[in-house]
Design a protein around this ligand. Structure first.
Ligand code: ZN
Length: 501
């Protein structure tokens, strides 16, 4: 068994090497590659991904996993090797179910769809993407059908990002959350809006980057195993536990943009940096689900980075960095500005309170499209109606409505959005659990100290990588299932105080 286990690890390592090389090419494409590199780069990445896919579906790998099954069952279920064999088998079984011809057809379709969307959005023309989106819905249904036995057709697609979660469970959780959020948004927006003009002065890019980097360094983002570069859309990418990089985008006329997205990506990156090095190069060395991943970005960005305690420590430093802009802006004004709540059209610019309503709407529409309850041609109209009902405004056009997110135009319909809100819910649940063990954390944050919080996250969440599913991890960490109560309480307390509710 020792030799077979070694052989398995060798094969998995080669898959990981190919995937990491492709990821590095993608990082370069988004940061430093000159435009002339584009045609060859697309081909180079596709070649590496094809080789990785071939290796991931190699029948020899399946045979090895079969041979190792009795050994895995003889081990304690949460030992590294038992988890490795279990997760590698899950990945293998998933990969072999989808025929290579379908994978090729789907990826050809999504890249064509993406190109059309890129032109259609600025032209505000949904009719261009409509036939592509109809085909995407159709292909997404076909993809789900490679995994028979589901309860809801979206379940297999949700599984790709949030393994083990089901449409029915998420639908119920989101309905509860919506019931809490709609009146909260109403109550807040009945008040006079916060003044955030202090954030919209001119802030030199280099100073913004320096400040953000100093903050995440204090959080515990390890710069000997990471780096920050600029890219059109912020992202985190991991090549090994020893090399987890983030990117950011700076707008000189908006202080919040780079700062909070830097904290957000650092949250993702600290998760990947915190995985037990013994798991490096294996399928276990990643975050366990999109929801848990997002819980980490949101925790550092919002629960820490948009808290009053955090800014009691950092605001004087920020004022020192930008004396001309902030000298006469007091902490309270700044705190209100970075937590301004408003009914707005664009998900990625939305505040903490309204953000989830943007996600819930997309999740529900995805399910209805997949169920055949909603036709693609009716989508723009239904989008506007639901937006009006939930957010109290309606997009004047499709550009800032149904065309705003790339997700449906470059991937599946189904499974794309739930992770964002699951992450918000979990961020509060995990933070609560950390505070339960370490009530001193808020006082430490006010001193600019994050070791206890970061250490707790590393010990309870990061180091496990994918050893536990999201549900197992939530149960282990919080003693119960996913629960919206801590998150709703957090929003009600914070915004109740801010808006005198
Ligand atoms: Zn994120």
């Amino acid at each position: 068994m020792e030799t077979k286990l070694k052989e398995l690890k060798m094969q998995l390592l080669e898959i990981d090497d190919l995937e990491s090389a492709a990821a590095l090419l993608s990082w370069d494409q988004n940061t430093y590659m000159p435009p002339g590199g584009a045609p060859a780069r697309g081909r180079q990445m596709a070649t590496l991904q094809r080789l990785a896919h071939e290796k991931s579906t190699d029948p020899a790998l399946g045979k090895l996993l079969d041979d190792l099954q009795p050994y895995a069952e003889s081990l304690p279920p949460d030992s590294n090797d038992a988890c490795l064999i279990r997760v590698a088998r899950r990945d293998y079984e998933r990969a072999v179910r989808v025929p290579p011809s379908f994978v090729a057809q789907f990826s050809e379709h999504t890249s064509a769809s993406f190109q059309v969307w890129k032109a259609a959005r600025p032209e505000n023309d949904f009719s261009q993407v409509q036939p592509y989106l109809e085909k995407t819905v159709d292909l997404s249904r076909q993809l789900a059908d490679f995994f028979p036995g589901y309860e809801h057709i979206a379940d297999p697609l949700i599984d790709f990002a949030d393994y083990g979660m089901k449409a029915s469970t998420i639908r119920a959780i989101f309905a509860d959350l919506r019931e809490q959020l709609v009146p909260l948004v109403q109550a807040i927006t009945d008040q006079p809006p916060a003044d955030d003009s202090c954030l919209r002065q001119t802030f030199p890019a280099a100073d913004q980057l320096a400040f953000g980097l100093q903050v995440i360094h204090r959080f515990g983002y390890d710069l000997t195993r990471g780096r920050q570069d600029q890219a059109p859309h912020p992202f985190t990418t991991e090549f090994s536990v020893g090399d987890v990089r983030i990117t950011t985008r700076v707008r000189e006329n908006n202080l919040g943009d780079a700062l909070f997205s830097t904290m957000h990506e650092a949250g993702h990156a600290m998760y990947e940096q915190g995985v037990n090095p013994e798991l490096d190069g294996t399928p276990l060395a990643q975050g366990t689900s999109s929801g848990v991943h997002e819980s980490q970005s949101r925790l550092w960005e919002n629960l820490v980075g948009r808290s009053r305690g955090f800014w009691r420590f950092f605001y004087p430093q920020l004022q020192d960095q930008f004396p001309d802009q902030l000298k006469h802006v007091d902490l309270d004004t700044f705190y209100r500005a970075i937590n301004k709540v408003e009914r707005s059209l664009i998900r990625t610019d939305a505040d903490e309170v309204t953000y989830n309503l943007h996600v819930l709407l997309r999740f529900d529409l995805e399910l209805r499209l997949l169920e055949g309850q909603l036709a693609v041609r009716d989508l723009p109209e239904v989008w506007r109606e639901r937006f009006q009902a939930d957010l109290g405004i309606a997009p004047p056009d499709d550009q800032d409505g149904v065309l705003q997110d790339v997700h449906w135009y470059a991937g599946t319909v189904g499974g794309m959005f739930q992770g964002y809100t699951l992450g918000n819910i979990l961020s509060a649940q995990f933070f609560d659990a950390a505070l339960h063990t370490h009530p001193e954390i808020p006082a430490e944050i006010e001193q600019g100290q994050f070791d206890t919080l970061h250490g707790w996250m590393r010990e309870n969440i990061y180091r496990h990588g994918r050893k536990y599913t999201a549900s197992e991890l939530i149960e282990r960490v919080t003693g119960g299932p996913l629960d919206i109560e801590p998150y709703v309480r957090y929003l009600q307390e914070k915004y109740g105080e801010l808006y005198h509710l």
